[in-house]
Design a protein around this ligand. Structure first.
Ligand code: BTN
Length: 288
């Protein structure tokens, strides 16, 4: 654990200057802007998202990148759990005040950012499964949990990211967590493709671009990410079945981030993140 913390601290020091400069350029008048971005690396906490949500609700709006070597109550989307052992996954949250004209599509923009950064790191095409699961070779590599909190007139976004770094043992991947890919398919991890890379390398690879992309989203909205999403969209042109039983073919996403599905009744726009999208022909329930 000490070695992991030292590596994460070094990575945090490395990413801070460019991230801070990007933030100060975009948000010169924000609360806390004079202090700029804080980067914190902690050995253990319940959940980096929960911690930044608590701070935001208490009125702490200062931009922060919070990295945990270990989470005891990591959370995923739709009430799922993100379970991992120290070093097995990189877990962090980025919290900052944000004022986009339209919030629609933010979590997809985050997915685009991660897919691009991880693709560069792994030198392989990294895919996105709507809305924002990050996949490699049809197996889940990373997940995103975006939450927002209001305090007075400010709205703070907390972007939580979990990336599988080291091999996920079967007993972890068999739980309904983090790592869902196609039903019954084991998750993948960075070390499957870059055995030397650790959580600190991954942090350096993804965090600066993530902040730049969140700031780009604030300025330009999801429309600026639609074409980038399409280059990673694993559902594009694929036969799909929605959770209500409707079958169709993936037709990409619209400028609000909604999934477009061509069904026998015509083009359907799927907004809800609660909709589960599965490839037709995949049997069984999601194991991981
Ligand atoms: C998902 O795949 O459902 C999203 C998983 C998000 C997990 C990350 S780990 C860091 C941050 N803290 C949390 O409790 N969750 C996110």
């Amino acid at each position: 654990m000490d070695a992991l913390l030292a590596r994460l601290n070094t990575a945090a020091e490395t990413v801070w200057p460019s991230m801070n400069a990007a933030l100060m350029g975009a948000h010169p008048t924000d609360p806390g802007a004079s202090a700029g971005l804080t980067v914190e690396v902690l050995p253990q906490m319940d959940s980096t998202n929960s911690e930044l949500m608590r701070r935001a609700r208490a009125g702490q709006a200062e931009p922060v990148l919070l990295v945990a070597a270990d989470q005891t109550a990591g959370r995923g989307r739709m009430g799922k759990t993100w379970l991992s052992q120290p070093g097995d996954s990189l877990t962090f949250s980025l919290g900052l005040p944000l004022q986009p004209q339209d919030w629609a599509g933010l979590s997809l923009a985050v997915g685009v950012s991660l897919a691009e950064s991880l693709g560069h790191l792994l030198k392989r095409p990294v895919e996105l499964k709507w809305p924002n699961d990050v996949w490699l070779d049809g197996r889940k590599l990373a997940g995103v949990l975006v939450e927002t909190a209001h305090h007075a007139t400010a709205r703070t976004v907390v972007v939580g990211v979990g990336i599988n770094v080291a091999h996920v043992p079967r007993q972890w991947s068999a739980t309904p967590l983090a790592a869902g890919g196609w039903p019954g398919v084991e998750p993948t991890c960075v070390a499957d493709h870059q055995p030397q890379a650790d959580a600190a390398d991954v942090l350096q690879a993804v965090a600066p671009a993530l902040l730049r992309d969140v700031l780009a989203f604030e300025a330009l909205g999801f429309a600026a990410f639609v074409a980038r999403f399409a280059t990673h969209d694993v559902l594009l042109g694929r036969p799909l079945r929605l959770s209500d039983g409707t079958e169709g073919e993936g037709r990409g996403v619209d400028p609000t981030g909604a999934l477009l599905v061509m069904t026998p009744q015509g083009l359907r726009t799927v907004h809800s993140a609660e909709v589960s999208v599965r490839p037709v022909g995949a049997a069984g329930s999601q194991a991981c």
